[in-house]
Ligand binder design. Structure first.
Ligand SMILES: [Zn+2]
Ligand SMILES: [Zn+2]
Length: 292
């Protein structure tokens, strides 16, 4: 069984519903792009056509993406069990720490529906806030040396999401385990049972919705804006602006844009992404080819 999962590890990012790059999320993103193109067919058709170009998926930038994906998959498949142990250790430490100041199980009698809902909400908000904070840190001084690899992509495809330095991936994993472990420890202390976030098909409902509703489009050349919802959610265009030279210090958020608004790093996705010259040329070439 272990050998089997090790064999599948290099393609786990494609077949695991917990991963943003799960193949079904790719399909749901395509449906969203089709709907978006359908709203203004004549103007937007080139964006759809570029997705069918080999040069969009196979160029210097994407080849670097693929190499990094493989490297990270191999490196982190060895570490996978470590995260479970680390999360449990954090949860235990938080439980013990809280036990020194108060009696556990104070909310053991409360409605479990309410408690699980609160747990899900707290987890989603803390997950997103910690992502925002880490991403902002990665743009600061020494950390930028690590994160600039992600920003060096000249063509954004949904797989550019995985174009990250192994140290950046390690930092995100540590963050995730710390947040999940702490929330679990607090819940266990207050209620006395193991918490469970809302699940759909056994996966966190919040991340399933986020991924199914087009999280993959943010790393693409398709500039979809969410209109009035821009103030709440990070749209694909907002993240594409983050990848441009001009707005590189804006829109650090993952799911919600209100962290960026709260900490003055937000710019709305209501403008044309001012792509750097090099990117613009490549995109023009792709669009021209697709019009042939
Ligand atoms: Zn960044
Ligand atoms: Zn990005």
């Amino acid at each position: 069984m272990i050998e089997y999962s090790l064999l599948l590890a290099p393609i786990n990012w494609l077949i695991d519903p917990q991963s943003r790059t799960f193949i079904a999320y790719g399909l749901s993103s395509l449906v969203l792009v089709l709907l978006w193109v359908g709203l203004s067919w004549q103007q937007r058709l080139p964006y759809l056509k570029q997705l069918t170009q080999k040069s969009y998926w196979w160029n210097t930038s994407t080849r670097q993406d693929y190499q990094l994906i493989l490297l990270n998959a191999v490196l982190f498949s060895i570490l996978s069990i470590t995260w479970v142990v680390f999360t449990i250790t954090i949860a235990n430490s938080v439980f013990k720490l809280l036990s020194t100041v108060s009696e556990p199980r104070a909310y053991a009698e409360a409605s479990s529906l309410l408690l699980f809902s609160l747990f899900t909400l707290a987890l989603v908000l803390l997950e997103d806030l910690s992502r925002y904070a880490l991403h902002r840190l990665l743009h600061w001084r020494f950390f930028w040396r690590i994160h600039q690899l992600h920003h060096s992509a000249t063509i954004l495809t949904p797989l550019s999401f995985l174009r990250v330095h192994p140290i950046e991936k390690l930092l995100y994993q540590l963050r995730s385990a710390t947040v999940y472990g702490s929330c679990t420890g607090v819940f266990f202390f207050l209620v006395g049972e193991h918490p469970q976030a809302w699940l759909i098909f056994g996966i966190s409902g919040a991340s399933l919705l986020f991924n199914a509703l087009g999280a993959n489009i943010r790393h693409s050349m398709v500039p979809i804006s969410y209109g009035p919802l821009e103030k709440i959610f990070i749209s694909p265009l907002q993240h594409q602006l983050h990848h441009s030279d001009q707005y590189n210090r804006k829109n650090y958020g993952a799911i919600f844009s209100f962290w960026d608004r709260l900490f003055s790093s937000w710019t709305a996705g209501d403008k044309q992404a001012p792509l750097p010259e090099k990117e613009k040329k490549l995109l023009d070439q792709l669009l021209l080819k697709s019009l042939d």
